[in-house]
Design a protein around this ligand. Sequence first.
Ligand code: PLP
Length: 359
Amino acid sequence: MRKMNFSAGPSVMPVEVLEELQKNLVDYHGKGLSMIEASHRGGVFEEMYDECLADFRSILSIPDDYDVYFLGGGATLQFTMIPMNFLLKGSHADYLKTGSWANKAADDAEKIGNVNILFDGKDSNYTTLPDPKSVKPSEGSSYLYLCSNETIGGIEWQDFPTTGDVPLIADMSSDFLSRPVDVSKFAMIYGGVQKNLGPAGAVFVIMRHDLLDKRNPDLTAYMDYAKHAKNKGLYNTPPVFSIWAVSLVLKWIKANGGAEGMLKNAIEKSGYIYDVIDNSDFYRSPVDKSCRSRMNVVFRCPTEELEAKFVEESKKEGMIGLKGHRSVGGLRASLYNALPMEDAASLAAFMKEFERKNG
Ligand SMILES: *Cc1c(COP(=O)(O)O)cnc(C)c1O
């Protein structure tokens, strides 16, 4: 029996994709070798990779003047690569400190250059976001950086700022392809794939090509986005297994209604959980209603003892990953694309029953 997996990442994958990986692991579609044994310069890989990139582009209608590729190093390496490339001496970049992940990115950027903190959610304990219309880049900014969904705090931008000539850069690790996104608003979107797109190992990068004109040209090879763009991500060996799995997840998303279909499911799944919270005096959401995440629902019980009990008892029902991040405590249900609708419904039913017994 497969568990109901509410983990924040690595996280649940579509079972059809896991089966497809298993079926083709030893002999990839009769080619006589595994995808993970094939050269990344050879036909077997490149055929899969080209199709993967084409599906990736088609799901979000990514315009032609954007490069798309995968890198290693996790989303965390991007916290460094972005300022190394684009935060030039004598200039500064705007950051929105909205929680754990944006804050880490800002901290890394500060080691590299001048950072202007446009917003800091510290006073609300990172439970709210600014109104996108109120966010204006500062004069002469190299770029404006935000995180679209704070995986740990459970807050998600419902709409994005408009930044004019200042490039907008977004970490979308934990809500990418859970909804349609107008890519043309952004100069760069990136994210680790292990939340919503596949197994750990790869980071996707979507970057408007002309952003490269403004980069620092004196970087070592791997740190230089231009090297990766020119070689469509094959400057060095890419994370082959992870990309293969992502390619199958993309086909699964296409077959299940694309980004619109994912959004519809995300609204329904998170609705189950938020409805229980909103109709209860037992559970509470620490997060401002206007920016509740559909991917990571963070909630509390009246006491920490009850939260520990909730985790223990949910495990007995086959539900895993419901403990909140150690930095914030509480409970968290991650409801990524691949989480079956029934699992969200089961969690909602469990929550009601737990309240009945303990409320
Ligand atoms: C998980 C996560 C990261 C870090 O990803 P790694 O691949 O572990 O480096 C960064 N940003 C967000 C929004 C995340 O959810």
